[in-house]
Ligand binder design. Structure first.
Ligand code: F6P
Length: 344
């Protein structure tokens, strides 16, 4: 029987606690013991954390965030402790196998560790839904629901004031949240990173709506959306995290100004931000997270390593972690074309 070390890495995501609870309950049932490292790979390196028991994980299924805390620590960053540091942190807690719950970065570390002979079974998570290898990640559906609720609320205030409302949502370099929430909320224009936009085309949709008697418009924009080359200037934040990702956010500010100036319609923007990652997971995400957690414990029992659990159709399967890495998954053309039917 194994001693399993569980950690949550990267941005938090609704459903993390549901996974922790499921790994613990199934793991204990299979005769394993479990240790929870705090703050992602930082906890693994320092050995900090707590014993995970059925009692400790009671009542956490509907809770957002992660009881273990999270961070974007990268053991493999230049000059970092690498695999030796991880092995030392495992030895401190007598851990035999790791179950990291995380996105591309956390799983990237997991894949490197597995290649060095450290037993690892990963669980994919991200609200962005941009991980290959799994049809959906938990947390995504919750983020889409929160963004859809925001669009519904913006609709009523937009129509009261005859305004254009720009809602910026997360998603990094994938437009899944924007496209799904935009479709569900009846957005009039949706801008995603996969399709650089032409600001004049955006204004054209809005003008057409108004010419047809509509008095307001809703624009849903993904934080990673960019204008077509040389059509509009936008400034990046220039800030990078430990994995080299740029901090995104703020395209809605540019759109608010440009749309108002070009169309003459009063425009307001909202940046939804981390609200999308907070609070209780939807039932769909609780179920997916629970099934992922059970499957991860089962994979440990079966002696798997270098694998992650994944959703394929309606089945939970295990696949090589490498399948989730490399280029992120992006929105497919047909989905966007379906959303475009309702533009303008
Ligand atoms: O990957 C999840 C995510 O919420 C992205 O959508 C967003 O760009 C990023 O994390 C924000 O990260 P942070 O919490 O570090 O601001």
């Amino acid at each position: 029987m194994a001693r399993i070390g569980v950690l949550t890495g990267g941005g938090d995501c609704p459903g993390l606690n549901a996974v922790i609870r499921a790994v613990v309950r199934k793991g204990l049932g299979d005769g394993h013991t479990l240790f929870g490292y705090t703050y992602g790979w930082a906890g693994v390196l320092s050995g900090e954390g707590e014993e995970l028991t059925a009692e400790r994980t009671k009542g956490i299924l509907p809770r957002g965030g992660t009881i273990l805390g999270s961070s974007r620590t990268n053991p493999f960053k230049e000059g970092g402790p690498g695999v030796d540091g991880v092995r030392a942190g495992m030895a401190l807690r007598d851990v035999d196998v790791l179950v990291p719950i995380g996105g591309e970065d956390t799983l990237g570390v997991a894949a490197r560790l597995a290649a060095e002979g450290v037993p690892v079974v990963g669980v994919p998570k991200t609200i962005d839904n941009d991980l290959k290898g799994t049809d959906y990640t938990f947390g995504f559906q919750t983020a889409v629901q929160i963004a859809t609720d925001a669009i519904d609320r913006l609709h009523t205030t937009a129509e009261s004031h005859n305004r254009v409302m720009v809602l910026e949502v997360m998603g990094r370099h994938a437009g899944f949240i924007a496209a799904h929430a935009g479709m569900a909320g009846g957005g009039d224009v949706i801008l995603v990173p996969e399709r650089p936009f032409d600001i004049e085309e955006v204004c054209g949709h809005i003008r057409r709506r108004h010419a047809n008697g509509r008095t307001f418009s809703i624009v849903v924009v993904s934080e990673g959306a960019t204008p077509q080359a040389e059509t509009l200037s936008t400034a990046g934040s220039g800030q990078l995290d430990a994995f080299g990702h740029e901090r995104l956010g703020g395209i809605a500010v540019v759109l608010e100004r440009e749309i108002e100036e070009r169309t003459g319609y009063e425009t307001r923007m909202t940046i939804l931000g981390h609200v999308q990652r907070g609070g209780t997971p939807t039932a769909f995400d609780r179920v997916l997270a629970t099934r992922f957690g059970v499957a991860a414990a089962e994979a440990v029992t079966a002696g798997a390593s270098g694998k992650m659990v994944a959703l394929r159709g309606t089945d939970i399967v295990t696949v090589p972690i490498a399948e989730a890495l490399g280029d992120p998954k992006t929105l497919d053309d047909k989905f966007f074309a379906d959303a475009e039917v309702f533009f303008g």
